[in-house]
Design a protein around this ligand. Structure first.
Ligand code: UT7
Length: 312
């Protein structure tokens, strides 16, 4: 869906969206397509690319705030659809930081010694919670996701090196989907009041996002004694090009070190980081042995960073 298509739906302009956010277009699922459908496609591709038999998968973690339904978990639907008969799994609700939370959890499961293969999927069908009459939100988000098959690294120097994970629930009111849960169970009234849509105070979130993402990115480098120039690729959450630029500048990254694809996808919430990872590999910007820094900020508030030595 292009900005020009949105111009026909709400009082906005391609120029405003591009200059204020960096977004030109975003993906939207076809009617009837769901988060579990997308997750299943991602899971099947992960099995194929990593040459894994479905029965070898032990755990499936799906980071999402837009599951098909509150229960069963998307992870259970995927587990069944791909025939991962020996796997258990769960959905993780960490909004834009969900994929980093999930990847950290998965790496700790492997480190525990009990598990060898954990599938981590991050995705969101944001179009299912967007009010396409609200220009404050509908221009920002898109649908999409990706994933990784996390395994014990053959090379001990490869893998998840460190992470810093944070949350501050006092920011909850600034970005939320108020309805449909136990606070406001779905009713005619909640639907009439549009409580099932996402709402945010963009200006407040903007300020916290730049500071939060920059802080945890700088802190993880300092903690590990790594200069910003030593990072091969920085993948920040893609909510707004100006947030990305602000955080990258504060950490001392130059343009070549920062991966940006917000122009084509908008903000895909938990899907953003794995989509960037996949494109970075495809475009040859992320190769075996590279030092990767990922960072995100989102609803909750939640935020975090992770250092990864890419490779098996
Ligand atoms: O991933 C979760 C985290 N989410 C975020 O990180 C989002 C953070 N926030 C943002 O990215 C930005 O705050 C927005 C993109 C949401 C808004 O940009 P802004 O520069 O903060 O704009 P604003 O809210 O200060 O609004 C500036 C003007 C206002 O008009 P007036 O009051 O100056 O006349 C808005 O009404 O822009 C207007 N505006 C729009 N105009 C055209 C707001 N949305 C739109 C729109 N099209 N879609």
């Amino acid at each position: 869906m292009t900005n020009f298509e949105l111009e026909k739906m709400v009082n906005t302009s391609d120029e405003w969206i591009r200059t204020r956010t960096g977004i030109s277009e975003r993906r939207v699922v076809h009617k009837g397509q769901t988060t579990a459908d997308m997750s299943t496609n991602i899971a099947k591709e992960l099995l194929q690319r990593s040459n894994t038999d479905p029965e070898e998968v032990e755990v499936i973690i799906v980071a999402t705030v837009t599951p098909d339904m509150p229960t069963p978990a998307t992870a259970s639907l995927v587990q069944d659809r791909i025939g991962a008969k020996k796997a258990w799994g769960f959905d993780l609700s960490g909004a834009c930081t969900g994929f980093i939370y999930a990847l950290d959890t998965a790496s700790r499961l492997i480190e525990s010694g009990k598990y060898n293969k954990v599938m981590v999927i991050g995705l969101d069908t944001m179009s299912s919670v967007l009010d396409y009459t609200d220009r404050d939100t509908c221009v920002l988000f898109g649908d999409g996701g990706g994933g990784v098959m996390l395994e014990r690294a053959a090379n001990e120097e490869h893998g998840v090196l460190d992470s810093i994970l944070r949350s501050d629930g006092s920011g909850g009111d600034y970005l939320k989907i108020p309805g449909g849960g136990s606070l406001h169970p779905a009713s005619h009234d909640t639907v009439n009041k549009k409580l099932h849509y996402i709402t945010q105070d963009g200006r407040v979130v903007f300020k916290f996002a730049v500071k939060g993402m920059a802080d945890v990115s700088a802190q993880i480098l300092e903690k590990n004694g790594i200069a910003s120039s030593a990072v091969d690729l920085y993948i920040p959450h893609q909510a707004n090009k100006r947030i990305i630029d602000g955080a990258a500048k504060r950490c001392g990254f130059n343009e070549d070190q920062v991966f940006i694809n917000i122009d084509r996808y908008g903000n895909t919430t938990a899907g953003t980081i794995p989509i960037c990872m996949d494109e970075a590999v495809e475009f040859g910007r992320l190769q075996d042995g590279n030092l990767l820094l990922i960072a995100a900020f989102g609803a909750g508030f939640t935020w975090g960073s992770m250092l990864i030595r890419w490779g098996k």
